[in-house]
Design a protein. Sequence first.
Length: 189
Amino acid sequence: MELMSQADYARHRGVTRQAISKAVGAGKIVLREENGKKGIDPAEADRALGMNVQRVLAGGDDEAQPNGYGAQRETQQATGLTRARTATEVYKARLAELEYNERLGKLRPLEQTEAAAAQCMEVVLRAFTGIVGRAEELTARATKDGVPGMRAGLRDVVRDLRKVAAREFEKLGAGELPDVAIEDREDLK
């Protein structure tokens, strides 16, 4: 699907550009990047804003009326109409794909994803603060083996932190929310 600028999408929706900018700022519409350009996927944005898709699926009013300005003008209109119909079909296909993914459970509400990400980061941050509890272990290694022992101990700490982070982000990617209160997690104590 070809991305639209905010101004083009505003015209598509029949609203002001400021309204679209506000929706983007509020996170209701997500800007996508394609070929180095940022823009709005109209099917995704319409779905996010709750557009009545029945109008689009019914075909809208994309029929052009010949205006009698000559063969060149009619050819230009036919070309424009072909492009418009192609864009409409691509739009319908993208909308169907989004609905299909939603039925499969691959799409989740933004609020749910934000909450899960916040919980995931809380677990990771608590794992970082758990480094303090390993001070005795690191001191013992430094005393016994000096700087090389301290480095080895710090590498172990980093490895453990990576494991916690990887596990939590894997859960986030799978759409799982932590089922145990963060304070009760054994791996964070």
